[in-house]
Design a protein around this ligand. Sequence first.
Ligand SMILES: *Cc1c(COP(=O)(O)O)cnc(C)c1O
Length: 370
Amino acid sequence: MIPFLDLGAATAELRTEIDAAISRVVASGRYLLGEETEAFESEFAAFAGQAHGVSVGSGYDAIEFALRAAGVAPGDEVIVPSHTFVATWLAVRAVGAVPVPVEPVTPWLGIAAAEVASAVTPRTTAVVPVHMHGHVADVRGIREVADRHGLVVIEDAAQAHGATADGQPIGRWAHATTYSFYPAKNLGALGDGGAVLTDDAALAHRIRSLRNYGSPEKYRHDVFGRNSRLDELQAAVLRVKLTRLADWNGRRQGIAALYARRLAELQDRGWARLPADNARTESSWHLYSILVDGRDTVAADLRRRGVQTGIHYPVPVHLTPAFADLGMARGSLPVAERIADTTLSLPIGPQLSVADAERVARTLVEVSES
Ligand SMILES: *Cc1c(COP(=O)(O)O)cnc(C)c1O
């Protein structure tokens, strides 16, 4: 069976360095908010060309804290994509704001600036574009809309570590960019973790305090904060993995290019739609998700033939019970619903061999002809 993602293989490739990093922390006697965390924050910020990095406990917390630090308040409206992971909407809800969904044009383009502009009301205070599957959304265009209306832009880059636009790292157009280090992400810890990157020193300072009991310094508690810290062990592991991020993203791009070549005929025949980057952006290829009718049958056929796949995600956020009170029935967000019904993620990961990727493609072509 070719696994959808082999996290064990990723760790094994770096095992010696990861073991050394862990031993270093264990021996240090310092387990939270120490040198490893500080070093990782500045190394990751430098990697993405941002001035400040603040690590937190998860990608979800990164979005919530960025919104709160930017002044988003209960009752505000926050524009979000209809097609995203549930955490984007939950984080909006966590600050007491109302998620206002906008439909993407395709699963690969994210939400468009014009659509965002149409969703703005006098209560809107923020927009959270998401780089779904690693494909770079038009944050630059969205920022123009945001500036016209005085909105903040918090970019959810949980799937887009190392993605670029116009040859530069993402992040330049948002007020803050949020990341997750959930193990399966492009830059993944051996547990939970997250970070906010920003060029705004005041915003970074507020998030630093929110993650640590609202405390800018010991024994002072200025705002209602929480405990949401990346620990020294995870920071040390992430420092090792950060040195491989560009290389590993390159391997993902290679697999995506291979799939694009081998599966083009499926798109030509109208059997499936393939993901694509536009000319100005470079995806981090967190996922390689096609759209195909009869998705569940296709996934079962692939599994029978030895290929494991994933679904991201089978239920659109507005139809999850957690958001039932928004009263968005089936039919209210048809693009998100169609994506949820037809999306199928093929194996893609730095440790997937070219031979296995070839086999995945060959097997999918066989399934399409059966
Ligand atoms: C993974 C993910 C998150 C949440 O990250 P956690 O670290 O799991 O909290 C948020 N948004 C998107 C788009 C994600 O893929």
